[in-house]
Design a protein around this ligand. Sequence first.
Ligand code: PEP
Ligand code: MG
Length: 626
Amino acid sequence: MKASTKRSAPAHAVKPMKTRRFHSSATSPGIAIGRAHRLHNRGAPFARVWIRDAEVAEETARFKAAIAKSRDQLSHIQAKMCRYQGHDQIKIIESHRMFLQDDMLVATTIKNIEQYRINAEWALDKTLAQLRLSFLNVNEDYFRERRQDIDYVGRRVMDNLTGSSEAPLAELPSGELVIVSHDLSPAEVASLPKDRVMGFVMEIGGETSHSAIISRALEIPAIFGVKDVFDAVEDGETLIVDGIKGLLIASPLSRELEQYRSTQRKYAALEEILMQDIHLPAETKDGCRIKIEANMELVEEIPTLLQHGAEGIGLYRTEYLFLNRLDEPSEEEQFANYVSVLEKLSPKPVTIRTIDLGGDKLSLSQTYDSQANPALGLRAIRLCLRELPLFKTQLRALYRASVHGNLKILIPMISSFEEIVRVKKIIKEVKRELSSKGVKYKDKVPLGIMIEVPSAVLMANEFAREVDFFSIGTNDLIQYGLAIDRGNEHVSYLYNPFHPAILRLIESTAAAAKRAGIEVGLCGEMAGDPLAITLMIGMELDVLSMNSISIPRVKKILRSVTKGQSSRILKEALSLDTAEEVEKLLKTKTSHLLPGDVKKLRIIEGQQTTPQQQGRHSKSSETSTT
Ligand code: PEP
Ligand code: MG
């Protein structure tokens, strides 16, 4: 029984075996079938044990030790936050530390051990349940905040009791599972065993939240933003995750299960057809070449991305080295990691992006709610320029690794000219230090910047003079350009790469790069969207970097069109007023260009790639019973 991973089931919980459907956005394509396994967050299972009188003191001591360890961990986090975060965030951690001394938590748990003669885990679980209940009558916002604190602190103490505080989420039952959770962090998603996890269902998050990106990178079908699903499914219940339509079916009818098994087979067959052509050049019918590269978060993805025909790594998100741990990876650890990636890919290019922590990617040394507007806060290059030792350590590791392959360095979230100047100055210092110690490095490692905030687009002419390449990050460019939190399911219906403003932002960046004669690529999720390809050919982008799962279909479409057709489609798209019109145009113009196989794929994937009609507008999480 995984009590630490469960919420108490409400009295009105849906009866287990009835078929129920939940609609939301298609987050990671494919069909998954498996048994539901609900995870609130990290945590190992614990036994519920009746104890003897003589064991009371021992259990109490274990509980007190777990409290002390939790306090030490929070102090450590707090000390680190003094470097990264503001006063308000430190106060939050302080309040968590205070909660660890609160009689509501400590005395009540000890009383539970003594009174009921139960083990510390069970006693703590009982206390946490009582505390949550006691906040039910308090006004809503206050209740929500306090309950979050209880969950957060309670989980930490429980993890320390069960000895699972540093453990990855590997303690799962055997068999094929669909993980249902309120919200798992990107690092947690990444740490789940891929052989057992068939699909993900999350209550919050949208298509471009980082956890969603990781599920696509792992090729695990997922749907996010399914409100209240955690309490509405039972552990062990059969679930179908339709990551194409954005549909979850709990306890499906047997004929439905059969249909889905057949769709699953068709989908796999189609993938196989697409895979046959992956080693053909990525060029249009009239010979226009575009480099197709892969986005990567974990070294384990390298074999897959190479199998899918990636011509290089267009984006290595190195912040994943920093997640799910309390300490920072040392220069040596980073160096070894970068060398291994460069060597495995050599002579293909590897674009390593410097740390993009912050936003929805928080290391364990940062709190969940550490900044009121994390996406607008101390994130990416802003954090690096504040934390110079952190940044310089990474740069040293990168330059040392540069002699082992074809390295390009990419800086995220640049929003001003001064930032580029500072980065270049710091790089010079790092090189000087390496030279003075006689360490070998490549002098001319191409330096690029991500274009993901509107100010960078507006300054693209000036920025282009300073760097060797641009990589357009549409995930954030859409977020910052349209003022839509990319992880917020309430506004994700507005999140649309085909918004005319977004097309203009991309086009204007590409034009600035062309004028300056530097390379320009796109590495947001849009790069892998079949509908967007003609637009990107028309804009003359040099590189498209995407989840490796998307490479075969993008290549197939690229090879079916001409540059001339694409330019005409782009011109027309840029003259339209709404995203809906752009999508309609793309569907009309593109579908007849596609070969038979891809047409079939588009039918199967229709709902995923026509979000205006399907995912985005019909997004709801209500359940219907058949
Ligand atoms: C982007 O913003 O498009 C991007 C590729 O960066 P990330 O998704 O890691 O923020
Ligand atoms: Mg980004």
